[in-house]
Design a protein around this ligand. Structure first.
Ligand code: SRM
Ligand code: SF4
Length: 585
């Protein structure tokens, strides 16, 4: 858009709004017909409108794709069930909450908790009849799934590691504050799941100053990073907040806007975007600033084409300066100049470390966030499900999820360390068991539950990593840390666009190979090969590791080497590529 001063009413043609927009405004504060649809025991499914609406309640209708053929042969409807994602700002739980959630997952869902890339957990395989009991269990634990999905602000992430910043707890609490500040104000959740009082048909739904009755044009994500850690990939978020301190005092945040990853293969108008830092906000004004950024996106976002609706496209369409100016106008204050910060680490520290108050934390590797027992691709019996349960049962720690799909035991007293470590060891949970590359890898869910998956991810990456480790070994790179990430489609749920080695699913056994991201999460990678199968991926890495070992500059990382040599130091610019694609049409 070349318009210098666009107005909200210029953005969308009311006649062309997407179907999701009507669903939102017609929903009477996200109620729709969900109560009746969930009570219909004749089918495990719900209608399309309900499927979109239930996302705002933290749930997705899914089916087990592995079982489709068998069900069709038997002339049965697909094996429908629901995935529920909890809202856990900063991923922080008490030990009792973890024990109860694990029990709830065993009773009502598949039993296998999945730690997500956004510091929360999901249950898969909840059948219709178990949805209400599950939501009621969450409520009894002081938890909920409100706005864990849908066109609203999602689970807010916060840097999980308290070892380096004395103000960690203060910053960490902003995840909760922001999550609550941006929560939808509707009583629909209580009504649908907790037998709350019904809103009479002729009464208007609750007033919601942020979301009104239109909500946001698309999903909206916020993460806080506490340098030097950037394990949440702060620049992949609609709003990224980088905590800035001076000495022992927390000052406020550098604010990044317009990060986001979802793309569609072959559609150059969709692209991953790294967030842009627009300034610094003092801590007392941070909540206001975040709220107003969401409000500007609410008013200026594209509501006609959902694949152009994320904040990243709004920012690129309006220009960073206009967007920032609009936020400042609404805030009534100006952002200050961004302050210096430095990220050095994106992986999770494993094992014990002490915080500033003398409490201990223990980082545990959970391959691809799957809390399951059994043999792993790295050889060992690694019973993380039993281990976590037993550890939490002692009540001697808290449980915190990380943006790398791992878990941390929190707030452990010196005297309790040994007892907890003994339990972990008994179950084969040894932080040294896996290689550096494996411990930094991420894979999204993909098959069999994700309806959008074009290829495997979490069920395949562990085996591929074993083969990549052999190639690393051949070149003397066994102990080299590298971020390897895989997703089953280009939506980017495992953030492959910021990996040093990214695999993005295209079809069964076929992936786009993306290389050249940096280790710290400041730079996007780029397509190195449009499509590789396993053999070609390994062959390519074999060649590249060989030349890397020969030509690397000192301690240069693999991603930096590829960026410098193969991409000539040129950054990926999705906006420019999109403009060329439009011009060529
Ligand atoms: Fe995601 C959709 C899983 C993090 C970008 N994502 C989905 C759905 C719900 C598929 C669907 O729409 O039906 C997947 C459910 C699979 C399943 O069976 O559970 C799904 N996303 C996940 C999780 C569980 C991956 C994981 O293995 O950890 C992550 C849950 C995070 C959470 O707790 O909220 C997850 N998704 C992400 C991330 C990474 C992040 O946020 O840090 C991204 C990229 C960042 C971004 O948002 O741009 C991401 N998911 C998407 C997109 C593309 C959005 C876009 O702008 O185009 C979709 C598809 C969509 O929204 O249309 C999607
Ligand atoms: Fe599904 Fe694609 Fe997300 Fe993987 S990246 S979970 S395949 S939507």
């Amino acid at each position: 858009m070349s318009n210098d001063n666009p107005k909200p009413e210029d953005i969308n043609d009311p006649a062309k709004l997407s179907a999701n927009e009507k669903m939102k405004t017609d929903s009477r504060g996200l109620r729709g017909d969900l109560s009746d649809e969930m009570a219909d025991s004749l089918t495990g499914a719900i209608p399309e409108v309900g499927q979109q609406l239930i996302k705002f309640h933290g749930a997705y209708m899914q089916d087990n794709r592995d079982r489709r053929e068998e069900r069709e042969r038997k002339k049965l409807e697909w094996a429908y069930s629901y995935m529920i994602r909890l809202r856990i700002p900063g991923g922080d739980l008490t030990a009792d909450q973890w024990v109860a959630l694990q029990d709830c997952c065993n009773e009502n869902a598949s039993g296998d908790v999945k730690i997500t890339t956004r510091q929360t957990i999901q249950f898969h395989g909840v059948v219709k009849a178990r949805m209400k009991p599950t939501m009621k269990d969450f409520d009894a634990l002081g938890l909920d799934a409100i706005a864990a999905c849908g066109d609203v602000n999602r689970n807010v992430m916060a840097g999980a590691y308290p070892d380096l910043a004395p103000y960690h707890a203060e910053v960490f609490d902003y995840a909760r504050k922001i999550s609550e500040h941006l929560l939808p104000r509707t009583g629909a959740f209580k009504e649908v799941w907790l037998d709350g009082e019904k809103l009479e048909q002729d009464k208007p739904p609750e007033d919601d100053p942020l979301y009104k009755d239109i909500y946001l044009p698309r999903k909206f994500k916020i993460a806080i990073a506490i340098p030097p850690h950037n394990e949440n990939d702060v620049f992949s978020n609609d709003i990224g907040l980088i905590a800035i301190g001076e000495g022992d005092e927390f000052q406020g945040f550098n604010v990044s806007i317009g990060g986001g990853f979802g793309t569609t293969h072959g559609n150059l108008q969709t692209y991953p975007r790294r967030g842009t830092i627009i300034g610094f906000v003092p801590k007392d004004q941070a909540l206001d600033c975040v709220w107003q950024i969401a409000a500007v996106q609410r008013d200026y976002g594209n509501r006609e084409a959902r694949n152009q609706a994320r904040l990243k496209y709004t920012v690129d369409r309006l220009g960073v300066d206009f967007f920032k100016g609009e936020v400042e106008k609404r805030c009534g204050f100006k952002l200050e100049e961004a302050r210096p910060y430095k990220f050095t680490y994106r992986g999770d520290p494993y094992g014990w470390y002490e915080d500033h108050h003398g409490e201990w934390f223990y980082g545990i590797f959970v391959e691809n966030g799957r809390v399951i027992d059994g043999k792993t691709a790295f050889g060992a019996e690694y019973n993380i499900k039993s281990a976590l349960y037993e550890v939490a049962k002692t009540g001697k720690c808290g449980v915190r999820f990380t943006g790398n799909q791992n878990v941390m035991l929190t707030h452990v007293a010196e005297k309790d360390k040994k007892a907890l470590e003994d339990i972990l060891k008994k179950h084969g949970v040894d932080v040294e068991a896996a290689s550096k590359a494996r411990k930094e890898a991420i894979a999204c869910v993909a098959l069999p539950t994700c309806p959008l998956a074009l290829a495997e991810a979490q069920r395949y990456l562990p085996d591929l990593i074993s083969k990549i480790e052999d190639v690393q070994d051949k070149h003397g790179l066994k102990d080299e840390a590298m971020t390897i990430r895989m997703t089953g489609c280009p939506n980017g749920c495992g953030r492959p666009y910021m990996a040093e080695i990214g695999f993005v699913g295209k079809a069964a056994g076929k992936y786009a190979l993306r290389l050249g991201g940096d280790y710290e999460g400041e730079r996007l990678n780029q397509v190195y090969k449009e499509e590789v199968d396993e053999a070609e991926a390994l062959e390519t890495l074999d060649e590249l590791f060989g030349e890397f070992v020969k030509n690397r500059d000192g301690e240069e990382r693999f991603g930096d080497y590829i960026h410098r040599t193969h991409f000539k130091g040129k950054e990926f610019d999705g906006k420019a590529i999109a403009a060329q694609a439009v011009a060529a049409e």
